[in-house]
Every structure is written in structure tokens, then in C-alpha cells.
Design a binder for this molecule. Sequence first.
Ligand code: PGA
Length: 234
Amino acid sequence: MKFVIANWKMNGDFELVNQMMSEIGKGRECCKVIVCPPAALITSFKGFEHDLGAQNSFYEEKGAFTGENSPKLLKDIGCKYVILGHSERRAIFQESDELIFKKWNAAIRFGLTPIICIGETLEERSRWKEVLSAQLANYCADKSLDLQGTIFAYEPVWSIGTGKVPSMQEIEDAIGFIKDVIGAERNYYVVYGGSVNGSNSAEILNIHGLDGVLVGSASLKVSDFKTIIGNASV
Ligand code: PGA
């Protein structure tokens, strides 16, 4: 069963929520659809037949942390997943691997399944293995650490929102490398993100060892998103 994860980023409105709710019903597909809208829209998905995720959560349950979202409250309002360490959060909000790992721990503690984003920038492309290894180090220091179904999203930063996608072989190599670093016999998944759309999703979803896709801009267009879901269901 493949994952199709929608990352709306800071986009979407009530109209899009309603459109998504009425057009993406259960039963037409056999993949795992997860929609991650902005936090302010999460409770508008009342009765949604798929899973919901947040785009970020803090490492404490509550307290004097103005502007942050509590992982416990996100769970309470119906989220099952949370995206952590997206490249936009790493670049714009200076999130470090250590901070992301603290958030990972808190998400797990409150019953959210983390979607951890990793990936190299264009400048780092020639040493992508080194970059991915460093971003994964906290999850690999102790191989007995229970990853509890964590979804690792390989998202080359140069591919996000640019329309540029690595070759299928490059993605397959990166997925294989990530699995080698994390190790077999552990409870986790690996998906790809970066300019996935209706037209390229069938080929991408066919990549050996890949558990699904994380979709940004194409997840805001219901018809594109439905095509991706269809391609993940075959
Ligand atoms: P994109 O975004 O599909 O628009 O490239 C993916 C992401 O940032 O998760």
C-alpha cells in the first residue's frame, strides 16, 4: 500500500477543503491518502474519510511557546501524522537536525506518526550521501530505537517547487541508500517528494523500494491529486 501525502504548505482555504472532501472519497482507491493542510484548516475536515496531518509541531506539550502547535492538541483535533523538518522549515526557520529529532520524540510520545523530510540542496548535490547520512544520524545512532512507522521523505531541495525531478535511477539509488543507512528490520517507510504531479507520478510510484509520494503544489489541484491517487492504487 503506497502513501500519497498532500502538503498544502501555507495554501488552501475553506473552498478547497470542501472540494477535497467531496471529490476524494474512500473506496475508489487502495492507497493511504494523508492530507496536511495549514493548522487553521485541520478542524474543517470534519467527517473526512482519509487521514490528516499537521505540517509542524513543537517538542513540548504545552507552555509559554507563543505561536507553536502542541503535538498533543494536534492529536486531539484528529491529526494522525505530522510533517517535521521540511526543507522550508530548515531554511527559513533555521531548524536543525537536533531540534527536528526533539520534535520527532514529542510527536511519537503523543501518538502522531512523524513524516521526516530530508534531502540535499543543489550545492550539496555532489555529496548527497554525506548530507542524508547526517540528517538521518539521530535515528540511526541506536539501531534498536523503535521508529514506530516513521515516514522518511526524500526531498531533494532543488526539486521542490521547481519542476525538476531527479532521474528514476537517482531516486532509486537515494531510496536504497536511505534504507541501507537506517537498516533493515526497522519499522519505517521511505517516500519521495519534489515536483510530483499527475503526469510523472505513475513512473515515480513504480520505483523499486519506494513507499509513496509527498506532493506539494499538485495536491492543491484536486484533479491532479486524484490522478496521483489513481496511479498509487494500481
Ligand atoms: P512540490 O513540493 O511538490 O511543490 O515540489 C513538495 C514539498 O515541498 O513537499
